[in-house]
Design a protein around this ligand. Structure first.
Ligand code: PHE
Length: 342
């Protein structure tokens, strides 16, 4: 009997026993090194091969291979067991109850300024107007010069206008879209242009540095103040859903002549006076006028043949009146408790 038989049998039993007892995967590696490794229990046996008779060597070789095979198989299957136990534990801890009802998605809503804007767009589209868009970063020429606003006009003052370092500016009103509209489309022309405007103003309950206007312009033949009043009354009646009484006061804007401030009779008190109208019975809402011939000329329209009206509606102000919002900051604050009401 070759003493190596005993060595092999002992190594095999020890390996299988330790594999069975392994608590963690690292234990298996330790067994592999100890039994099958280069300096392991079985390594000594191969070293003796030289001293063995050929038949004995063949028998020993076979036996050795069979045991190595057996131990390796046991290692592999234990290793697989560890892996599947680990996977099961992980699946267990990450379990999701897919039948649990999800929280309902929160329904969004349109911002009050957007609501008013789209309503006015629909109204003017129904009367043959085109909706135009213009850039918020404007040239001095579009924002001022082409609107007949002279170089020394206080509106250009750094206090009101956000100037950019390249000489452009953040538009202070939507009126530059009049210029773009006239130059692009030519007469006859009916356009409105809603959008954001910027002024370097101190923020308080009724002022913001960023707010919304809606510009309107009609250029045609023989346009009169009567046309202007008709469209303005149609606009206001539709927005407030009732007949509104309007009045015109003279107002100065270099791009209209004559220029007006259009007031509406206070919708809160109906005339006698209240805090909203500051006891006057009237609320200033809408600057407007007949287009100054210089403005037409500067955009390539012959004032002998064409004339028109223009208005600049304060969309933010209108939204505040329509929804009785007493602080402009609510409209720009992004507070969902406020916005969810619309
Ligand atoms: N652009 C002017 C402003 O912002 C308003 C206006 C527009 C006045 C059109 C008359 C005609 O103050």
């Amino acid at each position: 009997m070759n003493p190596n038989d005993e060595v092999i049998a002992g190594a095999r039993d020890r390996a299988l026993e330790r594999i069975a007892a392994a608590a963690v995967e690292a234990d298996l590696e330790a067994v592999r090194v100890e039994v099958l490794g280069r300096k392991g229990l079985l390594a000594g046996v191969s070293k003796d091969f030289g001293k063995m008779a050929p038949e004995e060597r063949a028998r020993m070789g076979k036996l050795l291979n069979a045991v190595k095979q057996e131990v390796e198989t046991a290692l592999e299957s234990r290793k697989a067991a560890f892996a599947s136990a680990a996977l099961a534990a992980r699946l267990d801890s990450e379990w999701l109850d897919l039948t649990l009802p999800a929280p309902p998605p929160r329904r969004g809503s349109l911002h009050p300024v957007t609501l008013i804007q789209t309503e006015i767009e629909d109204l003017f589209i129904s009367m043959g107007f085109t909706v135009l868009d213009g850039p918020e970063v404007e040239t001095e020429e579009h924002n001022f010069d082409a609107l007949n606003i002279p170089g020394d006009h206080p509106a250009r003052d750094a206090q009101d206008t956000f100037w950019l370092t390249d000489g452009n500016l953040l538009r202070t009103h939507t009126s530059p879209v009049q210029v773009r509209g006239m130059r692009k489309l030519g007469p006859p022309l009916r356009m409105i242009a809603p959008g954001r405007v910027f002024r370097n103003e101190e923020v308080d309950a009724s002022h913001e540095h960023t707010f919304y206007q809606l510009e309107g312009m009609m250029v045609d033949r023989d346009v009169s103040v009567a046309h202007l009043i008709f469209f303005m009354k149609t606009l206001l009646t539709s927005i407030f859903r009732r007949e509104v009484t309007v009045r015109l006061r003279p107002g100065y804007f270099p791009f209209v002549e004559p220029g007006f401030e259009l007031d509406i009779q206070c919708l809160i008190c109906g005339g006698p006076g209240c805090p909203v109208c500051k006891q006057s019975g009237w609320v200033e809402l809408l600057p407007c006028g007949l287009v100054n011939p210089n403005v037409l000329r500067m955009s390539g329209i012959d004032p002998e043949q064409w004339n028109g009206f223009a208005f600049g509606l304060g969309l933010t102000r209108l939204a505040m009146m329509r929804y009785a919002i007493d602080d402009i900051r609510l409209l720009l604050g992004g507070d969902l408790r406020f916005l969810n009401q619309f």
